[in-house]
Design a protein around this ligand. Sequence first.
Ligand code: AMP
Length: 215
Amino acid sequence: MQIYVFLGAPGAGKGTAAARIANDADIHHVSTGAMLRDAVKNGTPAGLSAKKYMDKGTLVPDQVLVDMLGELLSTSKKDATIILDGFPRNENQALQLDELAAKHGATVKAAIDIEAPNELLISRLGGRQVCPSCGMGYHVTNMPPKREGVCDKCGTALITRNDDKPETIKKRLEVYAEQTAPLIGLYKKAGKLRTVNGADEADKVAKKIAAIIKG
Ligand code: AMP
């Protein structure tokens, strides 16, 4: 199993790139945020405990994520290529990921940091719409779907995320800077960091990352 970690602030385009890459190749896109939103929707114990953190824009306790990820890796095919979109988000999760990978015979091949300036992140998150079914991301003005409010890929009605409100956006960006951004240095030290410019157009970002994954 080969794992590619996607780093980058909310709005940098992690989900958009991952959905495009997974669409074109035999690559599994795992978004921990989407898994948590599903758990909330289905009213599972993990979802019930996660909701209050997600609504505030703070991190859900590590153990909830570690359990979810352990379950996922234990049921993934040995030759799978997995994009982790949204995990790890702090140092403890990065350590836990190494342990889980070792346990399940997986390798963290690279951490791909999608960089974008704060003003761009804020404007993207403000108009963001997502497909609750396939995870495809849109923006009301920058990247609209062909038919208003409907996913191009699977025809599902698009939604605006609960946590894409101005106060929560601000909090999520702070949490990223404090807890997740330090992972960039950690993966750099390990010789696994790759950086792409998230201000580029979505297809270009996805192509650059696909090339990194292909090697
Ligand atoms: P995302 O869709 O990646 O922006 O995640 C949405 C929300 O889910 C985040 O603001 C967190 O509250 C929660 N979340 C997602 N991934 C993690 C993680 N690895 N650790 C803790 N909380 C997470």
